[in-house]
Design a protein around this ligand. Structure first.
Ligand code: NAP
Length: 248
């Protein structure tokens, strides 16, 4: 196993929200960080500056998760720069709200491409390196809706449910290679993803949560960090949900 300063963590969707908090958490602990994003170039650079302020070595890279070609190019660039990930956090995602009857086939394909196929493609690209070194961590950011399902979020729930099943199956396949695979399935976390809620809806949501508040990106990042530790090596194939007791 490499020393922490030589261990690389790739976090997809790290320009904002939960991904940015995960990047900062690992940087604070001394890991090398790859900040992946789609379009938010300035925000990704801002996260990079924060990570570098902790003394971490950082690389930023953009790739649309819907494009196999762009992901392949990302892998080649990371290898060329010596940033092949020992720890992969499949975090990037987008939510979709609307009635099931209004969902188009294109909506469905897009939602599953970003939330489910993206995790599959990144895992398939980076697992061989982990298999060769017989050590690695894959952590997929799912959602509580992938466990319990949400009305008007049928596609998103199906995609995240897929992520949970993918996690359990891949954990079994990669365990003999010394790689753990787990999913973190947050409840409501205060990021851009829920900014569409007005004050009243936000208040109603908080009242439903036994702890009486939304989660913070940093709280999710703590759990991801724990799962990545070498001493967490006996935890694999698990879907763990930090949700304030909401969907316990
Ligand atoms: P967010 O603030 O909206 O950030 C989403 C991230 O995903 C951004 O970095 C974005 O990059 C990236 N992304 C979006 N579409 C992409 C694409 N096509 N290709 C590559 N990257 C793409 O979201 P968040 O709330 O932090 O959510 C992070 C993860 O947690 C997601 O998987 C989400 O489903 C899950 N989650 C969130 C909550 C919540 O309440 N917030 C609850 C449960 C689960 P750009 O900035 O470049 O667009």
């Amino acid at each position: 196993m490499k020393p922490i300063g030589e261990t690389t963590v790739l976090i997809t969707g790290a320009s904002r929200g939960i991904g940015a908090a995960i990047a900062a958490r690992f940087a604070r602990e001394g890991y090398r960080i790859v900040i992946h994003y789609a379009k938010s170039h300035e925000q990704a650079n801002e996260v990079a500056r924060r990570c570098m302020s902790y003394g971490s070595e950082v690389m930023t890279i953009s790739a649309d998760l819907r494009s196999t070609e762009q992901l392949q190019r990302m892998k080649e660039k990371l290898e060329a720069e010596g940033f092949a990930p020992d720890i992969l956090v499949n975090n990037a995602g987008t939510a979709y709200y609307g009635l099931f009857t209004d969902v188009t086939e294109a909506d469905w394909d897009e939602c599953l491409a970003i939330n489910l196929k993206g995790a599959f493609l990144c895992s398939q690209l980076f697992a061989p390196y982990m298999i060769r070194q017989r050590y690695g961590r894959i952590i997929n950011i799912s959602s509580v809706w992938g466990i319990s399902g949400a009305s008007c979020e049928v596609m998103y729930s199906a995609a995240k449910g897929g992520v949970n099943a993918f996690t359990k199956a891949l954990a079994k396949e990669l365990a003999p290679s010394g790689i753990t695979v787990n999913a973190v399935a947050p409840g409501a976390v205060d990021t851009d993803m829920i900014e569409h809620l007005d004050t009243e809806e936000r208040h109603a949501l908080q009242e439903e949560i036994p702890l009486g508040r939304l989660g913070t990106p940093e709280e999710v990042a703590s759990l991801v960090y724990y799962l990545a530790l070498p001493e967490s090596g006996y935890v694999t194939g698990q879907v763990i949900s930090p949700n304030g007791g909401w969907q316990a």
